[in-house]
Design a protein around this ligand. Structure first.
Ligand code: C2E
Ligand code: MG
Ligand code: MG
Ligand code: MG
Length: 287
């Protein structure tokens, strides 16, 4: 029974303890069924160079269009997919779709050198040979590991698996992104343990960057950390021109947010690509 958590509800989200484990199974099969029935798709949000507005990469964001409940937001179904274990297969599917789409864009002159950023759930790392499987998917699409950015937000569990997996992929050339940087799940100690190359400044700081000294100071501090460690910073959740200008002024080179573009279906996202002549060097040289 759906209970007051907004519109994106399905019955299997029932919190009743006696039904939980059965519901988890239901959700697991429902999500996998949703995939098989074409109810899952990826939206792509561009990551821009803030000065030239060139697109350096897209972030793949999972969408579920439920036949009765409409658009179920990932913040609702990803945690449930993690609990049910469905995220292992769904995550693999996301990687396959994202790689296939990027390979398609790479065949266009204006898509050359473009990156694809994929969100990773630590639960996916439960499976054996997770790193090899991910690299297998990337190569099967005809891509190089360096075409892929992997966004990590860690939970306190599974640290060892995350470290092993991320180190293996980093060594193969995949760019590791620390998502939601500055929040509880994403902290400085990862910078020591993982070969992170890119920091995403959490949108909670970006939204306040024009409002007061505190958020500006935090963003400035994050940019200083990135700079001194030789990392690239991306500001996420840029919604106003004033935020974009302020972030540029603080020295942030890359950003994404509704101001620049919402996450889009593949066909529309592809239309944003511009001929390569207008492109500066992509991500690595963008700092
Ligand atoms: P995230 O990785 O931090 O993604 C950024 C979220 O911010 C996305 O929400 C995006 O649509 C939203 N966003 C982008 N620009 C703006 C803006 O200007 N303002 C505001 N308010 N929001 C903005 P979305 O797509 O609902 O995804 C939510 C979260 O779900 C993601 O946060 C990510 O943690 C998770 N997620 C999405 N797709 C996947 C996936 O394929 N696998 C995994 N494991 N997690 C995913
Ligand atoms: Mg992300
Ligand atoms: Mg995230
Ligand atoms: Mg984020």
């Amino acid at each position: 029974v759906a209970k007051g958590r907004g519109s994106g509800q399905v019955e299997v989200f029932d919190e009743d303890a006696s039904h939980r484990s059965r519901d988890r199974l239901d959700l697991r099969s429902e999500l996998l069924l949703a995939r098989d029935r074409g109810q899952l798709h990826l939206a792509y949000q561009p990551i821009f160079a803030l000065d030239s507005r060139a697109i350096v990469a897209f972030e793949a964001l999972l969408r579920w269009t439920h036949p009765h409940h409409g658009n179920v937001p990932p913040d609702v179904f990803i945690p449930l997919a993690e609990e049910s274990g469905a995220i292992v297969e769904i995550g693999q599917w996301v990687m396959e779709q994202a790689c296939r789409q990027l390979a398609q864009w790479h065949r266009l002159p204006e898509g050359r050198g473009l990156g694809m950023s994929v969100n990773l759930s630590p639960v996916q790392l439960h499976q054996a040979h997770a790193a090899e499987r991910t690299l297998g998917v990337i190569r099967a699409a005809g891509l190089h590991p360096a075409d892929i950015w992997l966004e990590i937000t860690e939970h306190s569990y599974l640290r060892h698996e995350v470290t092993q997996y991320a180190s293996a992929l980093g060594a193969a050339g995949v760019h590791l992104v620390l998502d939601d940087f500055g929040t509880a799940y994403s902290n400085l100690s990862y910078l020591k343990r993982l070969p992170i190359e890119i920091l995403k400044i959490d949108k909670s700081f970006v939204s306040g960057v024009t409002g007061g000294h505190l958020d500006i100071s935090i963003v400035r501090a994050i940019l200083a950390i990135a700079d001194s460690l030789g990392l690239v910073a991306i500001a996420e959740g840029i919604e106003t021109e004033e935020q974009r200008t302020t972030l540029r002024g603080l020295g942030c080179r890359l950003g994404q947010g509704y101001l620049l573009s919402r996450p889009l279906p593949a066909a529309q996202a592809g239309l944003l690509l511009r001929p390569q002549e207008q492109m500066p060097a992509r991500a690595r040289n963008a700092r």
